[in-house]
Design a protein around this ligand. Sequence first.
Ligand code: SF4
Ligand code: SF4
Length: 376
Amino acid sequence: MAAQVSIVKCPTYDETEVLKELQRSIDLIGGIQSIVKKGDRVLLKPNLLYGKAPEKAVTTHPSIIRGILQIIKEAGGSPILGDSPGLGSVIAVAEKAGIKKVADAMGCPVIEFNRPVLPGERKGTIFKNIEIDRAVLEADVIINLPKWKTHAQMFLTLGVKNLFGCVPGPRKALWHLKAGEDRDLFARVLVDIYQLIQPSLTILDGIVGMEGNGPNSGKPIPLGLILAGRDPLCLDQIVCDLLGISRRFLLTNRVAFEQGLGRDEIVTVGERLEDVKIAHFKLPNLIRVDWYLPGFIRKALKNALSSKPVIKEEICKQCNQCATLCPPEALKRNEKGLVFDYGRCIRCFCCQEICPEGAITIRQGWALKLKSKVNA
Ligand code: SF4
Ligand code: SF4
């Protein structure tokens, strides 16, 4: 049977409107009763990357959380919400994002993912030792609640990428280190995690998304959509269709297709895809080009062929959070300020992802600039 992804319009975060459209998006793919049974422990996994106000579009909006909590409670489920933010405790991040208040009011505990366990059943293709949080294994139902955002390294962060937050805190940096500069390899990590977790429902907050310099410092952009599906991989494919880009453009999709996981046959329900296509969505700059060059030439031309993070000194508040988080310790402070060691830098862009001031931007090497101009 073809997978279904629902698309509904929702131009506002008004709680009543969001609840109505959330309900509709779930009804269109079979209804909540087909997912949550009375007494089920339901784990919600929103995007809680960083503690910013809801209007910054960094985190899943509290109206989405309130709406889904109400729907779960009406179905008799017992919800719990968890994540492992890029920086800071989950409580602090959820408070700033307006989610803690909503969760408290709805009687939903908010937990930090800090209890890593190796799942008994290994479903990954390459990485057999990915630890995820115990709460994920203990849940009867997992509901994935990503935000529609750009992502410097992976281009977009949607349903599959959002599950990376189920890996407890410092272990996330370890996986960045293991994948190194190889984006394909990191995409394989993400697809392996997706296979381990397999959420029962994914709802994408695309009411206001983020374009450009995501996932933390991009520009909020009204998209007016909620998408829902049982399989986040299928949902991610439909987002590519909506943006008018090849499904294989998204690395996690490409890797999944190579592993025979993607489904070409996906039926959209609700709005017609042709009627809600998104024009002029600004994706992040291309960050790498190889031109199939031999490894030693690629190494020698690393800075020309790839993008690199740079600091806007005039904005930087010297908080040092980027240096603390950098997986290979490629960012050091000296008497002149913060300095990148681009030889060590694996281009994971975690520093850009977590900078609270948006002081880290991505600069393309000359060969990349050339390619971008040719493609323009
Ligand atoms: S995280 Fe941002 S503001 Fe803080 S030191 Fe790094 S660049 Fe500067
Ligand atoms: S400097 Fe930034 S992009 Fe480079 S490895 Fe460190 S965190 Fe990743």
